[in-house]
Design a protein around this ligand. Structure first.
Ligand code: NAG
Ligand code: NAG
Ligand code: NAG
Length: 309
């Protein structure tokens, strides 16, 4: 027969187990390495506080320093639409271009962002033991490259080919340079195409007579991007890609802003209810819609499993 004392011991042991169970098993951690420009940046500095459980975006203080002000899609997808614990390293920098030798950048460009990854998290340090399976790599770039050149005349298609060659040389570095301890590197990629920035108030103001040119240049770039993504997937065994078609969603929203909760005037910016947060960047409510769409696109993946609706 059990004595009162041994019952107490058993109960004590059980309550210890219970306390432990609250954090056990630990949630599996997934990773997201994001590259891009002001549409993606949160102002993260890879030499600052790194992402960790409880602070999944690292630095700066949430929602960070974003292009349109307030939380952007990176924040919403990491914190709101995530269906897993995602530690997000957002290397994107405002003004970034694909290649600084082709289009003058504001500060850093895609190759610098890839350098930062290669010099840091790619080495899979103690605080970022990512694997090919649990790490998502996203790239949303080309907005500045096109925004700064579409009006120049000449062979814009040839220029798009050149941009895309340089773009995928950097993407290839993510695959190639991230081998460590015998494990494979980047394998899962989300690409985002160039949105219709010829509908952004800034571009409309500067180039009122060349908006149709902007439209064609962006559409051709995006068509070539699709081909490039397919080629990239074909050439790299084990690589899986997703594409989020921002071009189509931006147009859908700008064509029927009310349906998405925005003001009718889609050239107004920075006011409550505007699609645009400022003259060149979507507002935070717009980013929330983008984030939701991305989570649906990735509904079959470990990061956003089940985000069908
Ligand atoms: C990170 O590096 C940048 C650029 O060199 C510098 O301006 C910044 O102060 C550094 N941040 C930290 C937290 O060390
Ligand atoms: C989403 O991310 C937050 C912040 O890291 C985390 O607390 C939450 O558990 C995550 N959601 C799921 C379903 O894992
Ligand atoms: C839309 O907003 C812009 C920018 O604020 C303004 O110039 C324009 O007059 C507005 N259009 C209408 C129809 O109200």
């Amino acid at each position: 027969m059990l004595s009162l004392r041994s019952l107490t011991v058993v109960a004590g042991a059980l309550s210890c187990v219970n306390a432990g169970l609250i954090n056990w098993p630990p949630k599996p951690v997934n990773y997201w390495f994001a590259f891009g420009d002001s549409y993606t940046t949160i102002g993260f500095e890879p030499n600052g506080t790194l992402p960790s459980v409880g602070n999944p975006l690292g630095n700066p203080a949430f929602p960070g320093d974003t292009g349109g002000g307030g939380e952007n899609f990176v924040g919403f997808d990491t914190l709101t639409y995530n269906k897993s614990l995602i530690l997000t390293y957002d290397y994107a920098v405002g003004g970034a271009v694909i290649d600084p030798t082709l289009v003058a950048p504001l500060t850093l460009s895609l190759p610098d962002e890839v350098d930062q990854f290669v010099d840091g998290a790619a080495k899979k340090p103690e605080n970022a033991r990512w694997t090919s399976e649990n790490a998502l790599f996203s790239v949303w770039i080309g907005i500045n490259d096109i925004g700064n050149t579409f009006f120049l005349g000449g062979d814009r298609d040839a220029f798009a080919d050149l941009l895309l060659d340089r773009y995928f040389a950097q993407v290839q570095r993510l695959v190639r340079n991230s081998y460590h301890l015998g494990s494979a590197g980047a394998r899962q990629f989300l690409f985002i195409n160039v949105p219709p920035t010829y509908r952004a108030p800034l571009i409309m103001g500067f180039f009122p007579d060349q908006l149709d040119v902007g439209k064609i240049v962006i559409e051709h770039f995006n068509a070539k991007l699709s081909n490039k993504i397919r080629e990239f997937e074909r050439k790299n065994r084990g690589v899986k890609t997703w594409t989020w078609d921002s071009y189509t969603l931006f147009n859908r929203i700008l064509d029927s802003p009310r349906k998405y909760g925005f003001n009718d005037n889609v050239t107004s910016h920075g006011e409550q209810g505007d699609f645009w947060g400022n003259s060149y960047h979507p507002s935070s409510p717009a980013h929330r819609i983008f984030a939701k769409e991305i989570s649906k696109e990735l509904a079959w993946t470990r990061w956003f499993w089940g985000s069908w609706f």
